[in-house]
Design a protein around this ligand. Structure first.
Ligand SMILES: Cc1cc2nc3c(=O)[nH]c(=O)nc-3n(C[C@H](O)[C@H](O)[C@H](O)COP(=O)(O)OP(=O)(O)OC[C@H]3O[C@@H](n4cnc5c(N)ncnc54)[C@H](O)[C@@H]3O)c2cc1C
Length: 446
């Protein structure tokens, strides 16, 4: 297996490579948890790939600009962290972003990234105005979120099947309604995104309220009280996140903010804090004021970011590929999801649970040693069968990449493969853009 690496430093170099028709994977910050970057060579070798090229987009030039209406133009490998700092300096804020802020914004469209603030602001699909990309022939195209995709019989059926997931952050297959959907969540298989224009919001002061709770495995009634009551506060609460006791335990001691039990935190618009206190917090029946405390924004943010980072680090230290979930279910099915996770917590394998609690979207991560990896794999397969039976979405934000492909088949019908084939044939007929991606699953599984 021969793995070539390339880092174009200009748009021209990128175009020249595209025109060479070399099958390639175009990456940005490499924070995706569904691409095994650490051992990509052996992974591809196992797939029977003889030669492949990894194209690093992070050395291309960047540009950021805010217009008078608060629309942000991003060109090149700008990270969420850089864009946030830029927007803040101009009194604006990014509405939603992945917890890992060193990821790139244009890659965020490719993975249909979501994050904490989806609770208050919805998804990137709601915020994008236009996307510019280079297609497989290195031609520049611009897609608008205002224009519908041309419809045919198969796409109509596909869109109907998407309807049952329309309230989820991401369905098991990308939405295909408007032009920008083509490059959103298709993981770089249809083109290289070079520019995006997205809406921003006014920068507002926020208050982070942390709520101490018992361990969810022992009793999650307090957790569920918060879940059901926060739902009607999405206009004043930007995020509602869970960090369970085991998430705290993966952190270095000096980073932990409580010694035992779980935490849920609410990111509240400070100007609306009084009304949130009066209408929500003071009305909790199972939770008292003594269970709550305020944490400065920067500290909350660091804590939230550190949990997945240290979880990831622990798995790397143990030499295992992430064995975690990215499942979102409907609010009615959330207690069932917690019961499913409760079963996984009794296997004698270390784990943690954290994530976007208010959106019924949690990451359960096994933290196994090498001897338990196979059991985890079997248990995850069982879990996905249950998720399917309760109508959940299996990969609500991290995407499918290479690692999750083995779990996707149950969630797709022949009609999805037909549309995947149609769009791949139309946009990348020579199959040079991430050819082993999920749009080609039909071909690879025969
Ligand atoms: C600690 C941690 C926390 C995370 N939290 C979240 C979270 O809250 N929400 C979330 O959604 N994700 C999260 N992720 C996953 C990851 O950060 C996102 O998937 C992110 O969008 C990947 O960005 P990247 O720049 O690292 O992309 P890469 O890993 O470099 O690439 C990811 C995919 O995008 C494609 N791609 C990259 N750039 C382009 C481009 N310019 N044009 C076309 N395709 C491109 C690649 O081909 C690949 O398929 C987390 C990851 C970690 C490690």
């Amino acid at each position: 297996m021969k793995l070539n690496k390339l880092s174009p430093k200009s748009r021209e170099e990128l175009e020249t490579h595209l025109k060479s028709k070399t099958p390639s994977f175009y990456h940005s910050s490499k924070t995706s948890t569904v691409i095994p970057y650490d051992h990509i060579e052996s992974y591809l070798e196992d797939l029977g790939v003889l030669e492949f090229t990894m194209v690093n987009l992070t050395e291309l030039p960047t540009h950021m600009e805010l217009d008078g209406e608060g629309n942000l133009t991003i060109e090149g490998p700008v990270t969420w962290q850089e864009a946030k700092a830029y927007c803040h300096s101009k009194g604006r804020d990014i509405m939603t972003s992945p917890t890992e802020e060193l990821a790139c914004i244009l890659a965020g469209f490719a993975t249909s990234a979501t994050g904490e603030r989806c609770f208050g602001f919805g998804t990137l699909r709601d915020q994008v105005i236009s996307l510019e990309y280079l297609n497989s022939k290195a031609e520049v195209h611009t897609l608008s979120s205002k224009n519908k995709l041309p419809i045919n019989k198969e796409l109509e059926e596909y869109q109907r099947s998407y309807n049952s997931f329309k309230d989820f952050k991401n369905a098991p297959f990308p939405r295909m309604e408007v032009e920008t959907d083509l490059l959103t969540g298709t993981e770089g298989q249809l083109g290289v995104i070079t520019k995006a224009i997205l809406k921003t919001t006014v920068l507002e002061d926020r208050t982070f309220i942390f709520i101490k709770l018992p361990k969810w495995e022992e009793n999650f009634s307090k957790h569920l009280e918060i879940f059901s009551k926060v739902q009607s506060f999405r206009d004043r609460i930007f995020s509602c996140e869970l960090l369970d006791s085991n998430s705290m335990a993966v952190l270095p001691e000096e980073e932990r903010i409580i010694e035992s039990g779980d935490l849920i935190f609410l990111e509240v618009r400070s100007s609306a804090f009084e009304s949130v206190y009066e209408d929500l917090i003071s009305k909790f029946e199972l939770i008292t004021d003594e269970d709550m405390f305020e944490v400065p924004a920067a500290k909350s943010h660091r804590l939230r970011m550190n949990v997945p980072r240290f979880t990831f680090e622990r798995n790397s230290r143990m030499g295992v590929v992430k064995k975690g979930t990215d499942v979102q279910v409907s609010p009615e099915k959330f207690p069932e999801l917690l019961e499913i996770y409760k079963e996984l917590s009794t296997l004698g394998i270390d784990y943690n649970l954290f994530g976007h609690f208010g959106d019924a979207h949690l990451h359960f991560n096994f933290l196994p040693d090498q001897t338990k990896v196979e059991t985890c794999q079997e248990k995850l397969e069982e879990l996905y069968r249950k998720v399917k039976s309760i109508g959940g979405s299996p990969f609500a934000e991290h995407g499918i990449g290479l690692i999750k492909q083995k779990f996707i088949a149950d969630f797709l019908d022949p009609l999805h493969y037909v549309v995947f084939d149609q769009i791949k044939n139309e946009h990348d007929p020579e199959n040079i853009l991430f050819p082993m991606g999920f749009l080609n699953l039909n071909r690879s599984i025969g």
